[in-house]
Write a protein that binds this ligand. Structure first.
Ligand code: 1GP
Length: 248
């Protein structure tokens, strides 16, 4: 089953999903840490592993293959740049940074890698990526040289425009390690205007924040930083989803 079909199916049933974001750069140099994180993911009701980082990565294929040998859930590329595109993952989030005025990240880098993607046959999911003010300057902000959005109407309208332009998913991003995650008000207002799935991430480090994001309307919540430091927490965070999905 295609990754987008899984997401659409679960979204239609209001089944919440959890994605763990793994940055190859931070995991590649310690086999013990890599194995431990994978072990915790395998023990938990995690739906997807997203793979991505903020910089050049020549060994993305190798990293995805190592994950594939251990994990039995879909591995989805969430590339920080075109060096992080490879054919061994299950799907690629092909993102356009809709919140910023950097043309290369709206339609530019995509052209450079389009043929490679097409020929690889990887499932490609067009995604509107919206950077939101998370209380501190994020790597995405620095690397993309764009400003995050903070005005609610602008965020909502950017999400609607993303859907109208044919994106299959919208991602509200507060930035990795954000001080404040995307607010419940923004999540619910955006969700109420969309008929496509909504991903939310950035700065989530408590079960309460995770639950609020889901209850406000996020279909998938992405956690990276916190699980990098506290992989042992993955099972108990995933348990929050289990309770929500089963109306406990
Ligand atoms: C970053 O939204 C993701 O792109 C996850 O953010 O690392 O802060 O969990 P964190």
């Amino acid at each position: 089953m295609h990754v987008l079909d899984i997401i659409l199916d679960k979204t239609s049933k209001n089944q919440k999903m959890l994605a763990v974001l793994l940055d190859p750069e931070k995991l590649s140099d310690s086999i013990e840490k890599f194995d431990m994180v994978c072990e915790y993911i395998n023990q938990s009701a995690v739906d997807f592993v997203f793979v991505g980082g903020s910089g050049y990565n020549a060994n993305i294929n190798e990293f995805v293959c190592r994950l594939r040998n251990i994990l039995n859930i879909p591995i989805v590329l969430f590339p920080g740049d075109i060096s992080q595109v490879c054919s061994t993952a299950d799907a690629l989030l092909f993102l356009s940074l809709m919140s910023g005025k950097n043309i290369d990240l709206i339609i530019g880098e995509h052209i450079k890698v389009a043929k490679k993607i097409k020929e690889s046959g990887i499932e490609t999911i067009p995604m509107g990526y919206i950077l939101i003010d998370g209380g501190r300057q994020s790597t995405t902000q620095k690397v993309s040289k764009t400003e995050p959005l903070s005005d609610a109407d602008e965020i909502i309208n950017t999400a609607i425009a993303s859907e109208l332009l044919g994106k299959k998913i919208v991602y509200l991003e507060a930035g990795s390690g954000a001080k404040t995650p995307v607010s419940s008000t923004i999540i619910s207002s955006v969700k109420s205007q969309l008929s496509i799935p909504l991903i939310v991430g950035g700065g989530i480090r408590t079960k309460n924040q995770l639950q609020i994001a889901w209850q406000s309307g996020a279909d998938i919540v992405v956690i990276g930083n916190f699980f990098e430091q506290h992989a042992d927490q993955i099972p108990s965070f995933a348990q929050v989803k289990y309770k929500l999905n089963n109306h406990e």
